[in-house]
Design a protein. Structure first.
Length: 545
């Protein structure tokens, strides 16, 4: 989810900025209200016109839904200054009660449980302009070097309702996908999610309309429009589920650079299918689309703005050198196809499921091509970005994410769990089976945590609690005296008993410390001790030796 990106080497950008005071609008956006709970989203058909000169969008969204329980009013979300002007069902205009970003529709027709209905929303306006996308979401209205419009949306944090009306909560995705129909000036092209199924030209209006179809469920913030003077090239990838279409859309001036730099896309696909299982959206294909901001994980339409160079805008986020072996945006944002787009959090409080796994995927890409030591160097190098300012898991029901540490503290937690499992093939099978078990589903953090514990055959609950729900870093305290090693955990949650690997005189040994002092006899009174670097912990010799 988007997920998105690091703002700098030392701090993560907060996608959901908040001053700590929650309002009714936060609850309406972040919770499953009774006006959302009674219906299940089936499909979106978005039909819009984009006018670059006016920075204006207008159109309709026909939403298909299935009735689950007795009807209440229906909540739809659209943020000002966009205006929801009308809602129509079976030719009848419906009453709308506006409440900030939420709009409550009074339905006239009986809603039979188990039946499917449509409702069409009419909307228009000048959506909020993103000043610093992708972190402060909205629309960008840039121009390319030839003066032609170069437009895209980036709205993970602020929400897709910043520019079109929808059920703006991550727990419910359209089961049967979406149609995205976009009318633009005739000298431009729109690239959206899924496959291009129709192009229509209106000579009188001097516009073209591009219709894209998404077959799979899709999270709302993943639906995108990208408008510019695009050129297209493509290739076929022989993947785990057969032939996968990989399409690339870039500004005309960047075609040669893209053909060279985008070779990382097939390398990404090879590595991630190995670690995570088949690409989750073969039916919709894979696209990499140039945009006027850094990039984001729009499902089957991954956006790219990393200036056609390796690293993160040319920087190595790990300071080890390994981060310059790949294009950060291609690898990170594409990793979200598995974690964010295939497996999606039900509440943004659990957004580490998107960002922690995807930040970790960067090191797994290196593992696949350069080996385990390179991967370890990289993920350990990213620890410098961890702040331990607040818990990784945020507050539920109010659209509030946890700490930006969800990226690289999350990655280092997963790297630590890999060490605990101590069986790389089992770990790989867990990552693959996660994407199979939760294929195209929304999940809670607890579901993911329990699944990993069960399949590892190890109770990891207090490990997850330590790293996700607390800010303390476990301290392995020890002393070696007269041939005796004494040790325990400090600075931990209750019941913390994570095993840890140490080296005594160069020989591997596993310990399972608790918060009580334990001791073992060593073969030598002068033994030296070293804690394995791959565990995200601190260690302290209490005698200072």
């Amino acid at each position: 989810m988007a997920t998105l990106l690091l703002c700098s080497l030392s701090a993560n950008a907060q996608l959901f900025p908040h001053d700590g005071e929650f309002t009714r609008q936060d609850t309406l956006r972040g919770s499953i209200t009774q006006e959302r709970a009674w219906w299940d989203l089936q499909h979106y058909s978005l039909d819009i016109k984009v006018e670059p000169d006016k920075q204006f969008i207008s159109g309709t969204n026909t939403m298909t839904y299935k009735v689950k329980s007795e009807k209440k009013k229906l909540q739809i979300d659209l943020q000002p200054p966009m205006q929801l002007s009308k809602a129509v069902q079976n030719g009848e205009e419906l009453e709308i009660e506006h409440d900030g970003n939420a709009h409550f529709i009074s339905l006239k027709e009986d809603q039979t449980i188990g039946h499917i209905y449509d409702i069409t929303f009419y909307f228009s306006g000048k959506p909020i302009v993103a000043i610093r996308p992708p972190w402060d979401g909205g629309l960008t209205w840039n121009k390319d070097s030839n003066g032609l419009p170069f437009i895209a949306n980036a709205n993970q944090g602020i929400g897709s309702s910043i520019w079109w009306p929808n059920k703006d909560h991550p727990s419910d995705e359209p089961d049967n996908g979406a149609i995205i129909k976009v009318e633009v000036p005739e000298n431009l092209m729109d690239v959206s999610n899924g496959r291009l199924i129709k192009t229509e030209r209106n000579r009188k209006a001097k516009t073209k309309t591009y219709t894209w179809e998404v077959k799979n469920p899709i999270n709302n913030y993943g639906i995108n429009i990208n408008i510019g003077d695009y050129v297209h090239f493509s290739e076929k990838y022989q993947g785990e589920k057969g032939e996968l279409d990989m399409d690339y859309y870039v500004l005309r001036e960047n075609l040669d650079k893209a053909k060279k730099q985008f070779k990382d896309a097939t390398r990404m696909m090879e590595a991630f299918e190995h670690w995570f299982g088949p690409y989750p959206f073969y039916e919709d294909g894979y696209k990499l689309v140039e945009v006027p901001y850094l990039g984001m994980e729009h499902q089957s339409s991954v956006t790219y703005g990393n200036r056609y160079g390796n690293g993160y805008l040319g920087r190595d986020l790990s300071s080890t050198g390994w981060g310059l072996k790949f294009d950060f945006i291609i690898i990170h944002e594409s990793g979200h196809e598995w974690f964010a787009n295939n497996i999606t959090n039900k509440d943004v409080a659990d957004m580490w499921v998107h960002e922690g796994f995807t930040a970790y995927s960067e090191s797994l890409f290196l593992d696949y091509f350069y080996g385990t030591e390179a991967a370890s160097d990289y993920v350990l190098g990213t620890r410098m970005a961890i702040n331990n300012d607040r818990p990784i898991i945020g507050k539920y029901g109010v659209n509030y994410e946890g700490s930006g540490d969800m990226y690289y503290k999350g990655a280092n937690m997963l790297h630590t769990i890999r060490q605990i499992i101590n069986d790389d093939e089992k770990w790989r099978n867990i990552l693959r089976s996660l994407n199979k078990e939760f294929y195209h589903k929304t999940v809670t953090s607890r579901e993911v945590e329990n699944y990993i514990s069960e399949n590892a055959g190890i109770d990891l609950s207090n490990v997850f609690d330590q790293y996700l729900r607390d800010t303390k870093i476990p301290v392995f305290s020890y002393t070696v005296k007269d041939g005796t090693l004494a040790y325990r955990w400090e600075n931990t949650v209750d019941g913390f008993n994570m095993p840890v690997k140490i080296w005594i005189d160069g020989k591997e040994k596993w310990l399972k410390p608790t918060t009580e002092w334990n001791s073992i006899q060593l073969a030598s009174k002068q033994a030296s001790l070293k804690v394995d670097r791959n565990f995200y912990i601190a260690s302290m010799d209490i005698l200072g030796k």
